[in-house]
Design a protein around this ligand. Structure first.
Ligand SMILES: [Zn+2]
Length: 446
């Protein structure tokens, strides 16, 4: 969230100072296959300085002193997650023994209370919420994410993912992003704040859970009418889940400029089916893809891209191309958050939030929708190299970071302050009081 080291943390952790200074002063050029907004450039270069992309393309002139790193991989914009609940991602997968009608059903079940809600809320009460957030941000980054939503109400983790709920760098000149899970508990004051954000210049965004349930669940479907009644079908609003939405609802959303955030894995695991995205696409609704949370969704966006791609192949006709899916995790998501021109693209003047994956096959989009956390070679956020293959990370930063094992593959993360392993140990120990253990960063396809 804060891309630069604070004075205090710089004093505490001198090891990381050269990295931050390097990222600010010296240009870095990464070469590889570039996934640009309109095309794929097989042998391209991205030039980065002061946290931003200075130039990108097939023929980039490099200033004197530029450090060139040949990745041999596919370089794409970092993935933007508009639907998550980060502190819950400490839990291993939750496999309910039944499908539910709507979110109100499972939230009342004793199994959810015992396995999830009681331990989660107890850890928060014990003051561990910043550890939970720190763990979840590293987990998100290990899935290629550079921007996340659904963070804690106040920032407490420095130097990891860009938390869009309150990113200080982007929000100064852009609208306020409001993330709401229970829209119908919104007070009149909160509604007034939302309306003000959506009416402001620049316009804010409201990302809101609506119609979360099985396709034929009447109460979930009714939420759309309640939303309309509150005057919230308007530009800047994006609906999350929407499994119970009908084609006519999607047509109305398209007409009113309302976006949609699709979370297929969590939908299918909880409700047995997912939203009618073919109807949404036919209506022309702008769509993003996001994982929800790791207990019933994917560990992160790389996993959700894989899931969405396989789901898509099973449809006749398939609503999406592989390119569509990649755009839904990058530039479309930036647009729904009101951050087009800032993140979600390798074009010049965007924040240097990007990822590198191992090259496989001929099609860059296909490779991205089939990459796993093992294939992730590098992640830069605001130009800071934070995660990746230890050898490549060392080439870019001059240090190897803290070693991690992800599905048997060596990775490394650069964290501010105490080691990440201490966060994992603290959370695992705390969860033992409830007979649970900390989830691995990746379930490795299980
Ligand atoms: Zn959710």
């Amino acid at each position: 969230m804060h891309r630069r080291l604070s004075l205090l943390s710089a004093c505490l952790c001198l090891l990381f100072v050269p990295l931050a200074v390097y990222a600010q002063k010296n240009p870095i050029a990464l070469t590889g296959t570039l996934v640009m907004p309109q095309e794929v450039i097989p042998q391209g270069t991205v030039l980065i300085q002061n946290g931003r992309i200075l130039a990108s393309g097939a023929d980039v002139k490099l200033p004197a002193g530029t450090k060139v790193v040949r990745t041999e991989g596919i370089i794409a914009p970092g993935l933007i997650d508009l639907h998550n609940h980060l502190t819950w991602n400490i839990f291993p997968r939750w496999k309910p023994v039944q499908e539910f009608g709507s979110r109100y059903d499972w939230q009342q079940k004793p199994a959810y209370s015992v396995l999830m809600a009681v331990p989660h809320n107890a850890l928060v009460k014990q003051g561990l919420e910043c550890e939970m957030e720190r763990y979840a941000e590293v987990k998100a980054i290990s899935e290629g994410e550079t921007s996340v939503t659904g963070s804690l109400p106040s920032p407490c983790v420095k130097g990891l993912a860009r938390t869009l709920d309150y990113d200080p760098e982007l929000q100064g000149s852009f609208g306020k992003i409001i993330y709401n899970v229970f829209p119908f508990q919104m007070s009149e004051q909160e509604l007034a704040d939302v309306t003000a954000a959506l009416s402001a210049q620049p316009r804010g965004a409201l990302l809101i859970h609506v119609a979360e349930g099985a396709p034929n669940d009447a109460s979930a479907a009714r939420e759309f009418m309640q939303l309309r009644g509150r005057g919230l079908l308007r530009p800047g609003v994006s609906l999350i889940h929407g499994v119970a939405l009908k084609p006519a609802n999607f047509a109305e959303m398209a007409k009113q400029g309302v976006g949609f955030i699709w979370s297929p894995r969590s939908n299918i695991e909880l409700y047995g089916d997912t939203a009618n995205v073919a109807a949404a696409r036919a209506a022309g609704v702008r769509m993003a893809l996001a994982p929800d949370w790791s207990p019933t969704g994917s560990d992160g966006l790389l996993g959700e891209l894989n899931y969405a791609s396989v789901w898509n192949q099973g449809q006749s006709p398939a609503p999406f191309t592989e390119r569509d899916l990649v755009l839904m995790a990058t530039s479309n998501a930036a647009e729904l958050a009101g951050l087009s021109g800032q993140i979600g693209s390798l074009a010049p003047d965007h924040a240097a939030d990007l990822l590198v994956v191992r090259k496989e096959g001929q099609d860059a989009y296909w490779t991205l929708t089939h990459s796993t956390p093992q294939d992730l070679q590098l992640v830069l956020i605001g130009g800071d190299p934070l995660y990746g293959d230890p050898v490549l990370l060392q080439q870019v930063t001059g240090n190897q970071g803290e070693r991690l094992k992800v599905c048997g593959t060596s990775k490394a993360v650069v964290v501010d302050g105490k080691p990440f392993a201490e966060t994992e140990k603290t959370l695992d120990h705390a969860l033992h009081q409830f007979g649970r253990h900390l989830a691995p960063l990746s379930e490795c396809g299980n």
